[in-house]
Design a protein around this ligand. Structure first.
Ligand code: 9Z3
Length: 312
């Protein structure tokens, strides 16, 4: 029997979130509104996906990602004039608030009067005025559309919906796939309903391979978009070969290659004919420059050239 298509697998083995059609409509409306205003639109995926082991889930496997890459990149894309669909893991780092994620909110507030007036301690929240002002402007101009996922199934269906929604704006769409996505999962048909009992002894798991969603995304769902994927390794010696292999296989536009331990200060942006190393110096770090600013600058220029080349 022929292998089912990736679309078929998605429908059969990954529960479709009930709100997917509603989200797709809001993404289509968002993309069309912003392109009519002369903006380009980027879908950023961010954070790790969760793979449940039971359908009434007590336990799950998770992929590592704090969401910082995605959240900070969202800010730089907005500064570069893009509107951002931020498809992120529930409770992972979020644009703007990420800067205060380690602060206990109650430590930053003081009760000023018996009437309950509250003031912010700016020593505890440095830069709060500047960040709040920018956040409110972004909200007012609807430049950020946040969409949440937790489980792998939600991620896959929402990304497909995003790709279909953005196919309506052709080459003005960019995908920036920074989420850390599981390669393995348990299909719905093989998943126990109830909590796995430890009284049954040691647990043996057999996991299926997650369908390679980049393939239909590039070929069928959003064939005119500029697509960037991320390649994460822990062994630096295999990183570049893997990144090039991904480009050869999926024929998309760019791969940002990074190693887990050095990902905050060094990445390589690989395209079919270029390989650009981006490196933060000690000076950059002192000036609070982030590597995402360089990644976004590199990719927005490449996207610009891509749009020009694809003009009819
Ligand atoms: C990345 O490589 C991201 O740069 C990080 C960012 C997840 C390392 P943080 O969220 O970290 O700032 O803490 N994302 C892609 C990871 C991934 O799963 N890539 C797959 C692969 O390497 C392809 S989809 O095979």
């Amino acid at each position: 029997m022929a292998e089912p298509s990736i679309d078929g697998k998605l429908a059969e083995e990954f529960a479709v979130p009930s709100h997917v059609e509603e989200v797709k409509e809001s993404m289509t409306e968002f993309a069309q509104y912003h392109t009519s205003e002369g903006r380009r639109v980027v879908v950023i995926t961010s954070g790790g996906t969760k793979v449940p082991l039971e359908s009434r889930t007590v336990r799950f496997l998770d992929n590592f990602s704090s969401g910082r890459r995605g959240a900070s990149s969202a800010e730089y894309f907005i500064e570069a004039g893009y509107a951002v669909i931020f498809l992120h893991r529930h409770r992972s780092l979020y644009p703007y608030t990420r800067m205060f994620s380690t602060i206990n909110m109650l430590d930053a507030l003081q009760l000023k009067s018996e009437q309950g007036e509250v003031v912010v301690d700016q020593e505890v929240l440095p830069n709060i005025t500047k960040v709040l002002k920018r956040y409110q402007e972004v909200k007012e101009h609807r430049l950020l559309l946040p969409i949440e996922f937790s489980a792998l199934a939600e991620y896959l269906h929402l990304l497909k919906a995003a790709a279909q929604a953005l196919s309506t704006i052709g080459s003005k769409a960019m995908f920036y796939l920074a989420a850390a996505v599981s390669d393995f999962y348990i299909p719905a048909s093989e998943m126990p309903e109830h909590k796995i009992q430890s009284s049954n002894g040691p647990l043996q798991l057999s996991l299926n391979m997650v369908p390679k969603i980049l393939s239909p995304l590039v070929k069928d769902w959003a064939p005119q978009a500029f697509v960037t994927s991320f390649k994460l390794e822990t062994d630096a010696s295999i990183l570049l070969d893997k990144a090039k292999k991904a480009l050869d296989t999926y024929r998309h536009q760019a791969v940002v290659a990074n190693v887990l331990d050095s990902r905050r200060g060094y990445v390589v942006v690989v395209t079919r004919d270029t390989q650009v190393e981006l490196l933060l110096t000690d000076e950059d770090v002192k000036k609070d420059i982030e590597i995402e600013e360089m990644i976004v600058s590199n990719l927005t220029s490449a996207h610009c050239r891509f749009i020009d080349q694809n003009k009819v």
